[in-house]
Every structure is written in C-alpha cells, then in structure tokens.
Design a binder for this molecule. Sequence first.
Ligand code: 5GP
Length: 174
Amino acid sequence: MADRHPTRVLISREQLDTRVAEMARQIRADYPGNLHIVAVLKGAFMFMSDLVRNMEGSVSMDFMAVSSYAKGTTSSGEVRLVKDLDTALDGRDVLIVEDIVDTGLTLTYLQEILRARNPRTLRTACLLSKPSRRKVDVGVEYVGFTIEDHFVVGYGLDYAEQFRNLPYIGVIES
Ligand code: 5GP
C-alpha cells in the first residue's frame, strides 16, 4: 500500500465531466470521419473511456503501454515500450490519448515511434499538462487542464499503483 495519500482535490469529478465532454466535442468536430485512438496505459484508461463515451460516429481504439522508469514521484526520463499496438496505423487519422505531459519525454518518444508508422495525421490529447516541468518542446493539440507543478493522482493516475480509481484529481504533497 502507498504510504502517502492525496490531501486535497485539485479537479473535481464535475469539472472533469464537463471538460472531457467539451474535448470530445472539439475532437469530433475536427475529425468528422474515422478516428483511431491510441490510448497510453495505464494512466489514460479513464480519460479515454469518458472521452469516447462522449463521441458519436466512427471511432476505433488500440492501446499501448510504456514504462518511464519513474521512481516515486519523479520520472527518470528513460522510456521503454512495454506493450505495442495490435493494429497498423498506415493512412489512419490517429489521436494519442495520454494522461499527463510533464517533462514531455514520454510523449516525444511515443510521437516519434507512431509517426514512423505512417499515419495520415497524428495528434495528441492530454488530460493534464504541467508546462513548468517541460524539458522538451512537444506538441499537444488538445489539453484538458494546465496545472502547476504538483504530483497528482486519481482518474487513472497512480502513486505506487494506488488511487487510479478516484473519480477526481487529487494532490499528493511532497
Ligand atoms: P514525462 O515523460 O512527460 O515527464 O512524464 C509522463 C509520465 O509520467 C506520465 O504519463 C505519467 O505516467 C507520469 N507522471 C508525470 N507527472 C505525474 C503526476 O503528477 N502524477 C502521476 N501519477 N504521474 C505522473
């Protein structure tokens, strides 16, 4: 069990519901045709499921998992592909769905390997962004919430595999 707990709510369930529905509408308007979503496990699972529940029309989905060798609440910057996609991306309109962009190293790595698979278009949606922590300038077309430099959990995000089930985003104080 994790020995630290979230001490306050940063983004409520209601705020998440409203913003995710808004993002879904915007993404659908930008992609009226087929959209192929690539969700990054595990952190993005809840965001992705709420996002697609708010979308009508043609959406397909695939999943990949990366390990960023995080130690506690800091990321080491090394990224490894743990689970690859099941289907090819050639000619498809692909949207990467990620939980949070922090230093930007994980997303830069993901965008590079997915771009090499020749999608027709490649964009990224992140629920959260911590711009003050950025080490590389990575493009994110859809950002749910811009947040300060806090370590956050809930709504898919974990601390030592705990708290992913929380329906809100909470802060773990360091
Ligand atoms: P980056 O490579 O941008 O530094 O880190 C991205 C990954 O680090 C995210 O996909 C996430 O797994 C993890 N991460 C970064 N910041 C946080 C945070 O505040 N909370 C949690 N739970 N994970 C984080």
